[in-house]
Design a protein around this ligand. Structure first.
Ligand SMILES: Nc1nc2c(ncn2[C@@H]2O[C@H](COP(=O)(O)OP(=O)(O)OP(=O)(O)O)[C@@H](O)[C@H]2O)c(=O)[nH]1
Ligand SMILES: [Mg+2]
Length: 325
């Protein structure tokens, strides 16, 4: 399962974002270091296709893909030397696949500001992550009998893909010039990193609502995609992930695989036996299913393909594997 660690300065809205993402109601408060113990929460990856397929296949059970989020204490300058609380919890971030770096970019005189500007704030955090990695490497090097190549195995923080999540006010949410400016700062700090823009407070206030109501309220703010959708999309893109689907009477389900994975590799995500005993797969495109209304109709239109072991999976493939075990 994909695991994403949330980092940033104190009081920038990390826990507020965490609550918006997971609806967990952890303490988010207007003082630095509100978070002490790390929070972790699992979230279903939003995927409307599952609902459509469940209707089509008359299925009760929908099993979405899941993502785990980890929220830790804010990091401060000097964290690597023990300043603040965040450093001791970086171990939790080390286990993550990607980092969500939350940067304050909202104006609110009532909320204590621990940083100075998005650019400086980002530099402080990235320097602390770098110093934490240096410390880890030094510790490992000090151990006798280790080869330099063993160092490649260490899960370094600075090697993880990072997504910059700018916590913005309503104005900035619709100010594309300002967003370009912030993206450029992120790009300067981490070339190739994706930037997303979320108003964590609005979204955390809507966290209780069911998806439909939430979508409606977000639309009132002219927000077309929730922070969760944006962050998960960015994470999947950065990590080179995609999903394929299985659908039947028993369940409709989304599975996460690497882009470029072959049919047997995809089968292996369901069960290692499926990969070993892979014979073929029958693949319908989700879009065809949605257009034709049923698997039968897709088949009659000649759009149900049987693929072999070299087939490279595509996003939205609805698959049935044939295998022997
Ligand atoms: N105006 C405004 N305030 C926000 C926003 N997001 C968070 N806040 C406020 O900022 C304060 C800090 O939020 P937290 O989510 O606790 O921040 P944190 O980054 O988890 O802080 P630590 O755990 O102390 O590191 C709270 O008072 C929030 O209500 C936002 O988008 N807009
Ligand atoms: Mg917090």
């Amino acid at each position: 399962m994909v695991k994403i660690g949330i980092v940033g300065l104190p009081n920038v809205g990390k826990s507020t974002l965490f609550n918006a993402l997971t609806n967990a109601k952890v303490l988010a408060a207007n003082y630095p270091f509100a978070t002490i113990e790390p929070n972790s929460g699992m979230v279903a990856v939003p995927d409307e296709r599952l609902v459509v397929l469940a209707k089509m296949y008359d299925t009760e059970k929908i099993v979405p893909a899941q993502v785990e989020f980890v929220d830790i204490a804010g990091l401060v300058k000097g964290a690597s030397e023990g300043e603040g609380l965040g450093n001791q919890f970086l171990a939790h971030i080390r286990e993550c696949h990607a980092i969500c770096h939350v940067v304050r970019a909202f104006e609110d005189g009532d909320v204590i500001q621990t940083g100075t500007s998005p650019k400086d704030d980002i530099e402080i955090i990235n320097l602390e992550l770098q110093l934490a990695d240096d410390g880890t490497l030094a510790k490992v090097r000090a151990k006798k009998g280790l080869k330099e190549s063993d160092l490649d195995e260490i899960p370094l923080l600075t090697k993880k893909p990072v997504i910059y999540m700018f916590n913005v006010d309503e104005k900035t949410l619709h100010d594309s010039a300002k967003q370009r400016e912030l993206s450029a700062i992120a790009e300067g700090a981490t070339p190739g990193a994706l930037s997303i823009f979320v108003n964590a407070r609005i979204e955390s206030e809507l966290a209780d609502l069911d998806t439909e109501l939430k979508t409606e309220f977000l639309a009132e703010y002219n927000i077309t995609h929730s922070g969760l959708e944006k962050l998960i999309k960015a994470a999947y893109d950065t990590l080179g992930l995609q999903s394929f689907l299985t659908a039947g009477k028993k369940e409709v389900r989304a599975w996460t695989i690497k882009k470029g994975a072959t049919a047997p590799q995809a089968a292996g995500v369901i069960h290692t036996d499926f990969e070993r005993g892979f014979i073929a797969a029958s693949v319908a495109k989700y879009d065809d299913l949605a257009a034709f209304g049923s698997e039968k109709a897709v088949k009659e239109a000649g759009k149900l393909a049987t693929v072999g072991k070299d087939y490279v999976m595509q996003n939205g493939d609805v698959v049935e594997f044939k295998f022997n075990v």
